[in-house]
Design a protein. Structure first.
Length: 119
């Protein structure tokens, strides 16, 4: 089992910045992919950014150039630096860690942290 706890959400004005953190505990393995997803009211959950253990990233076009994902394996923590925030970035942001092979898979989610961007 892996437990994920997000922090760093809050209320910010448009154009501002926030940094989200996700601390993992339990049976986390260094080769798991870690990522951030978000869900706005009335919308489906969507990918924001993921980061594999070898440094490959996948970043949504809507946040490319504004958001940066990083991880500190020593601290079992993944970060999302969010700059130039827009009202449409308002959502609950979820941390996720996952990995799969032909023999098994894992998929864990955090409880989410709210980000509200005012215009």
């Amino acid at each position: 089992q892996v437990q994920l706890v997000e922090s760093g959400g809050g209320l910010v004005q448009a154009g501002g910045s926030l940094t989200l953190s996700c601390a993992a505990s339990g049976s986390l393995r260094s080769w798991y992919t870690m990522g951030w997803y978000r869900q706005a009211p009335g919308k489906q959950r969507e990918l924001v950014a993921t980061l594999t253990s070898n440094g490959n990233t996948n970043v949504a076009n809507s946040v490319k150039g504004r958001f940066t994902i990083s991880r500190d394996n020593a601290k079992n923590t993944v970060y999302l630096q969010m700059n130039s925030l827009k009202p449409e970035d308002t959502a609950t942001y979820y941390c996720r860690t996952f990995w799969s092979s032909v023999w098994s898979s894992v998929d864990y989610w955090g409880q989410g942290t709210q980000v509200t961007v005012s215009s």
